[in-house]
Design a binder for this molecule. Sequence first.
Ligand SMILES: O=P(O)(O)OC[C@H]1O[C@](O)(CO)[C@@H](O)[C@@H]1O
Length: 534
Amino acid sequence: MSAAAAPRCDQTIAWTALQGHFQAHGRGLDLREAFARDAGRFAGFSVQAPEVFADLSKNRWDATTRRLLVELAEACQLPARRDAMLAGEPINSTEGRAVLHTALRAPRGQGLFSAEVHEVLDRMLAFAERVRDVATSGITDIVNIGIGGSDLGPQMAMPALQAYSHPGLRLHFVSNVDGHDITPVLSQLRPERTLFIIASKTFTTQETMANAAVAREWFIAQGGQDIAKHFVGVTTNLEAAAKFGVTETFGFWDWVGGRYSLWSAIGLPIAIGIGSENFRAFLAGAHAMDSHFAEAPLADNLPVQLGLLDVWYRNFHGFTSRSVAPYHQGLKRFPAYLQQLEMESNGKCVDMAGQALPYGTSPVVWGEPGTNGQHAYFQMLHQGTDVIPVEFIAVKTPSHPHADLHTKLLANCLAQSQALMLGMTAAEAATESAPTASKTLDREVLSHHRSFPGNRPSSTLMLDALTPSALGALIALYEHRVFVSGAIWGINSFDQWGVELGKALCSQLLPRFGSGDAAGLDGSTAGLLAKLRG
Ligand SMILES: O=P(O)(O)OC[C@H]1O[C@](O)(CO)[C@@H](O)[C@@H]1O
């Protein structure tokens, strides 16, 4: 389908209806009253998707909101846009590319480019198994050198799947063009026991190429033998990888966006860590979510429901950020991963036709694992002046033996979403006994400090266990959710021109660090350059 055929979301009847509905009911919706009125609210606003159960009932919406949002999705031709993506149409219009990360997790013989995809997958998994045979390979340390989409996925997945990881292998991640990143990693390594994976879709990224060069110099200086055995490349630019001196290369394709690439050979560190069978389960979990996204009716389709909630909050309530709180330490890098996935995808201010948008797009996505976040920024979530929808992620069964700790963790998770919604009035707070330190304060004044507005929205996503398959499904859920909101906003979620200007200016500034030439620079940059050189 042609993207131009879809109307802009704010020019649809559904959008106008949502505006009216927001003024009449949405703005004033009180979650506590909504639950009191409707005993079936939890069931009515829950969705079971593959591996992921979602309680969406603590969100500020009702059946009419949901119906109108689905009408908006239909008016914006979301199903046709989704089908166009899945069919391999070049929906990434500014780069003239298809968007087919779903093909990477389709079972053999299904999906587009199946032969190519499974040829690389088989080869990469066979390689991973050879490395995992530590007694024969002699490898104990794997260093992934990559940044952005060539780093964040594997770096997020490895702690999440620690329970499935090879006990004799250590995985390291180097991304930043900052010697403070690579130096401590190199200091732990022995060349004959190390495998470097140079991961870069383009094989031109400054940070990755610079770190790869440092790694190679270090390897040679340490008396390392056989670079070909200890350096492998993962890239779409096989020529550049060969020039660097890498002979073993695992390719992928321009229809795999960097931030959607952990399913490709970019997932090699994951495959080495968890083994081929678990990696296949990881892909299968994502594929199950793909099928749900492709087939479930919009009203029962979890990525669609989450994407529509994002639109509802961003464009009608005016909430500008969303906080993600995974109650599982293994998901500690999940918010960082989502930051690239969501904000690099949907942080855009023009539509597909290049026209400036009059409405907001990507919210700021941020967060920390619970319960740590509770002792940091949750104060602001509960009592700050901004309303920030929170997404809790809970895992029913832990992979450790400390059942008591896990029960406490889950109780905290439920308590936080409960507290955000219920709040506490000043009158209720006044009946609570005041803390000793505040004995001198007037009781009524204190009650205002101790009250909570409540009615703060949250969603809770729940997994039975953090298995490879469940993690795959969870990530795919977020990928599709980002697609949904991006499609409604009419933007290209698959390019990232916003990172280019800084890269170009950096190239121009680099030689000035040597020469000190500040000609033509703005006063601030010239002043900072002089100070850094001085
Ligand atoms: O894999 P590459 O080509 O090194 O790119 C790394 C990252 O750089 C970006 O192009 C821009 O930050 C990301 O989209 C990408 O994931």
